[in-house]
Design a protein around this ligand. Structure first.
Ligand SMILES: [Fe+2]
Ligand SMILES: [Fe+2]
Length: 138
């Protein structure tokens, strides 16, 4: 991802499962909050507050997808959950490095997380959504 580009939800990311799409839009919005905070040179406390919010929001979102996987008997659930765990670990690591004063983190944070989110939505979440739409009545 271009470092200067704003992380934005696009219509090609639509899974057509309203709760999942709303969460994805929320995640991109939090990433934009991080971009803004970085550009404004916000304090460490402010950055941490946003990162903690992102962690919580991510947890709720992943739990939502877990519930869809369970209800629909999604065969790719294990691999999908592992991807979520990788993201959670990556976010925790970035936050830790940020708090240790690694000044490369603000530049890395949003491009890394945005790229993961985009790729995950386009591949894993799309596959899940297709399965859910086929198995569960809407
Ligand atoms: Fe997702
Ligand atoms: Fe997912």
């Amino acid at each position: 991802m271009n470092r200067t580009a704003s992380p934005t939800w696009r219509s090609r990311y639509a899974t057509n499962i309203p709760s999942i799409d709303a969460h994805h839009q929320g995640l991109f919005k939090i990433l934009r909050m991080l971009v803004e905070a970085t550009q404004k040179g916000q304090s460490k406390t402010e950055m941490n507050a946003i990162l903690t919010f992102l962690e919580k929001y991510t947890r709720v979102h992943f739990e939502g997808e877990d519930a869809f996987m369970a209800r629909s008997g999604f065969p790719g659930a294990e691999a999908h959950t592992l991807e979520h765990a990788r993201f959670t670990a990556q976010l925790a690591r970035l936050k830790e490095r940020f708090n240790q004063g690694d000044d490369r983190v603000p530049g890395e944070l949003v491009p890394t997380l945005s790229a993961w989110l985009r790729d995950h939505i386009l591949q894993q979440d799309m596959a899940l959504a297709e399965h859910v739409r086929a198995k569960l009545p809407t």
